[in-house]
Ligand binder design. Structure first.
Ligand SMILES: [Fe+2]
Length: 185
């Protein structure tokens, strides 16, 4: 389950406390359980799934997409699989390390590995949310944030889109504070 970290290294694991901090900036976090299935587990273990394997993975989560499509109008989904062996990983990550916003919601459902979203709160304070398998996150359009990977540099997440254009980063120029890489304490 996701946990929140502060620049001083303190962290929060209680979902209600985390929600009380992220609600004011419109960030929504939910838990969507990952099916227990041998074939799914084998696909999730692949470091870099081929296109047909990615489709096989997405098929396990299609009811989620159908729900988002019918309730929120989401039009497309794809799988992003990042790992140290991915060519161009550093350049890809570099685009999202700085504070930015998007013109569309950034919706990610983590199904393997972990990632870190950083947020600027209303008072200007900064926090980082580490998202883990089963975490579904909606970063609303216009919310100032960044994204990075912890040292293992491995994550698989499903991205949901209303359009392909809306999630290009619009940089705000704000400096991101240094955060520790430790887990919850
Ligand atoms: Fe983003």
């Amino acid at each position: 389950m996701a946990y929140l970290t502060f620049p001083d290294g303190n962290s929060l694991t209680d979902s209600a406390e985390i929600a009380s901090i992220l609600d004011p900036v419109g960030v929504r976090l939910e838990r969507w359980s990952i099916p227990k299935d041998k074939k799914l587990a084998a696909l999730l273990a692949l470091e870099r799934p081929a296109p047909d394997e990615s489709e096989g993975l997405l098929a396990f989560f299609e009811p989620r997409f159908e729900h988002l499509r019918s309730t929120l109008g989401y039009q497309a989904r794809d799988l992003v699989a990042l790992s140290p062996s991915l060519p161009g990983l550093d350049a890809l990550l570099e685009r999202f390390l700085s504070c930015h916003t998007h013109d569309d919601d950034e919706i990610r459902y983590v199904i393997e590995g972990e990632g870190i979203f950083g947020f600027v709160l209303q008072d200007g304070a900064q926090v980082e949310l580490t998202v883990l398998p089963g975490d579904y996150i909606n970063v609303p359009r216009g919310a100032e944030h960044w994204f990075r990977l912890p040292p293992a540099r491995r994550i698989k997440a499903i991205r949901y889109f209303t359009s392909r254009e809306g999630w290009v980063p619009l940089y705000t120029g704000r400096r991101v504070l240094p955060f520790p890489d430790a887990g919850p304490r």
